[in-house]
Design a protein around this ligand. Structure first.
Ligand SMILES: CC(C)(COP(=O)(O)OP(=O)(O)OC[C@H]1O[C@@H](n2cnc3c(N)ncnc32)[C@H](O)[C@@H]1OP(=O)(O)O)[C@@H](O)C(=O)NCCC(=O)NCCS
Length: 155
């Protein structure tokens, strides 16, 4: 696919629709959407088809807090290209690690991040629930949305 990746110049909220592809809690999204830096993948026709947000954490660490690709454009390397760009930018900014978390229930994401070179570090239980702003009873492929798994990649 003919896409370029560029840093988003305007408000992150201009592409809130894309953030929502990866975040079921509006409350939580509102608390972090303005943080850090965002890169977007854009087609030759100027259509935004994906994004990635990275936020500095303690030490020489960036966290990828939200990333998504438009459903009709998935499976063609856009997500991998966004992650690779984030790792390149982290290295250029003097970081030595990129970390991120996803739901243990989302088997597809577990494959995606490992295919992109990330390694699992630890699991945090009961992160996704009504107390955190997630609707009760959410499932991914029949697995309750409940626990969170963290990944890292040295850069
Ligand atoms: C996760 C996501 C960003 C991946 O983007 P993408 O453009 O489809 O990913 P790519 O095409 O670059 O895939 C890279 C590799 O991961 C694999 N992969 C990506 N998504 C996958 C999935 N859902 N299930 C299994 N494998 C997957 C691809 O098959 C590819 O592997 P390959 O090298 O063996 O072919 C996209 O599926 C998405 O937007 N999902 C919804 C939002 C979301 O869950 N975001 C992450 C929140 S933590």
């Amino acid at each position: 696919m003919d896409i370029i990746i560029e840093e988003l110049k305007g408000s992150h909220r201009d592409i809130a629709w894309s953030f929502r592809e990866a975040e079921d809690s509006d409350h939580l999204l509102n608390s972090y959407i303005d943080l850090g830096r965002v890169w977007v993948s854009v087609t030759a026709a100027g259509e935004t088809v994906g994004h990635l947000q990275a936020v500095p954490r303690d030490g020489r660490v960036w966290e990828v807090t939200n990333t998504a690709v438009l459903e009709s454009r998935r499976g063609r390397g856009v997500g991998r290209a966004l992650l690779a760009r984030a790792v390149d930018e982290a290295r250029a900014a003097g970081m030595n690690r990129v970390v991120l978390a996803t739901a243990t229930a989302d088997i597809g994401n577990l494959r995606f991040y490992q295919r992109c070179g990330f390694r699992m570090t630890h699991i945090v239980q009961d992160v996704f629930g009504p107390a955190q702003g997630y609707p009760a009873g959410l499932e991914v492929d029949g697995i309750p949305l409940r626990d969170q798994v963290w990944f890292e990649l040295a850069c």
